[in-house]
Design a protein around this ligand. Structure first.
Ligand code: HMG
Length: 389
């Protein structure tokens, strides 16, 4: 039985800042951000979008009635959790009107949370082939204004439906993974911005990639030429490029050209969104599939990295007619309907936060085009609305 990605969608909020303008405001050459880091635009979440609404808006695009009935497991990978106890998955479960006979839980291991959920979902489907699992990966990356990490922020979510006989990508069984206790990036419970040792995190990303890639080749007997494309977790697009470059000379000129071109296609969405932590790798996959015309049967490699740290290399095979299971137009509309904000406006939005002292706040959702929004906080409870209901 094949198990894998049946459908995949994403949502990014309607506001963004241009990285050229951010560079000028920060007194650096724009090429540092657009070439050195490899980002063109950065998505910004207004207060009316939180990790729950971003994930619910992403899932809304891909689910039909049949999926809603069959989903018996919702897993929400995030490192921007809104509650220490209650899982973000339960809010999405309610907002989407899923069957009450479903499990709903949250998963955490930095940017690796979404991948962990997908791998567990595979096991669940192996035991319950009739069911479907909804995996959500949703984050708002915050390092702080005028920090070196600022250029690598972003906001968005990916929703992945895992099933038997999937429409898009069969996930192959062999994968290689690695855990090491390191402090490259973390966010203590008292902080709403991440702590990071930037250079060390880059080095660890590369070291993890090298180790799981070498291990993967030994375990599978595959070589670089067996891959049509490799998608990377993209904290910023240059990071993935650096990792790809370390292995390119393992392939012929033709293979190098193919992997390089497909890598570029996999970065196009990320360049407009920024780092969305748990969802980043899957945004690369969506970008690749929607921006390139790959042949069914192609093998795609996936490298997942979550600081702290866990890394994994795994792979999938593109399914016949996979294009019919994508949401290309919805994603184009999402990008085309965004509004650019100035750096001053972005700074002001960044500094607006929800109350943390238990006070009530009502939010104006009329300016937010998303169907599902956060409308406020009352009695310590987040209030959500679905404008389509
Ligand atoms: P920085 O110190 O500001 O940047 O921080 P830099 O000085 O290293 O420059 C960046 C690149 O721009 C360099 O290229 C420069 O040469 C180039 P490189 O040598 O790296 O190839 N550059 C220029 N290029 C063209 N024209 C110019 C120019 N000037 C300079 N004029 C850093 C960069 C990424 C460290 C910082 O933004 C940061 O700390 N970000 C957050 C951490 C991060 O993203 N780490 C990535 C690996 S860890 C990971 O992926 C996990 C994570 O997603 C979290 C999780 O798991 O939850 C982060």
């Amino acid at each position: 039985m094949k198990i894998g990605i049946d459908k995949i969608g994403f949502y990014t909020p309607h506001l963004y800042v241009d990285m050229n303008n951010l560079a000028v405001a920060r007194g650096v050459e724009p090429e540092k951000f657009t070439i050195g880091i490899g980002q063109d635009e950065m998505a910004i979440a207004p207060l009316t979008q939180d990790p729950v609404t971003l994930a619910a808006n992403a899932a809304l695009q891909i689910l039909d009635e049949n999926d809603r009935e069959k989903i018996d497991f919702v897993m929400f990978g995030t490192e921007s959790g809104i509650d220490h106890s209650k899982s973000a998955a339960i809010y999405v479960h309610e907002l989407l009107g899923l069957s009450p006979h479903a499990r709903s839980i949250e998963m955490k291991q930095a940017c690796y949370g979404g991948t962990a959920a997908i791998q567990l979902a595979k096991g669940h489907i192996a035991l319950n082939p009739e069911s479907k699992v909804l995996v959500l990966a949703s984050d708002i990356a915050r390092y702080g204004l005028q920090t070196s990490g600022e250029v690598t922020q972003g906001a968005g979510a990916v929703a992945v439906l895992i099933s038997a006989e999937p429409g898009v990508l069969e996930l192959e069984n062999i994968s290689t993974f690695l855990t090491k206790d390191i402090m490259d990036f973390w966010r203590p419970t008292y902080s709403d911005v991440a702590f990071v040792d930037g250079k060390f995190s880059n080095e660890q990303y590369m070291a993890f990639f090298s180790e799981v890639w070498e291990e993967y080749k030994k375990k599978t007997d595959l070589t670089i030429s067996d891959f049509e494309a490799i998608c990377y977790h993209l904290p910023y697009t240059k990071m993935g490029l650096k990792a790809l470059r370390t292995i390119l000379d393992e392939g012929s000129e033709e293979v190098q050209k193919r992997l390089s071109e497909n890598f570029q296609a996999s970065t196009l969405y990320s360049r407009k969104v920024g780092n969305i932590y748990t969802a980043s790798l899957y945004l690369s996959l969506i970008s690749l599939l929607e921006e390139q015309d790959l042949e069914a049967g192609s093998r795609i490699g996936l490298f997942s990295y979550g600081s702290g740290a866990v890394g994994e290399f795994f792979s999938g095979i593109l399914q016949p007619n996979y294009r019919e299971f994508l949401s290309v137009d919805t994603h184009k509309d999402n990008f085309n309907s965004r509004t650019e904000v100035t750096v001053t406006e972005y700074e002001s939005i960044f500094q607006k936060t929800l109350p943390i002292d238990g006070s009530t706040m009502e939010l104006d959702t009329s300016q937010d085009p998303a169907p599902i929004c956060l409308s406020g906080i009352k009695d310590h409870e987040r209030q959500y609305i679905n404008k389509h209901k």
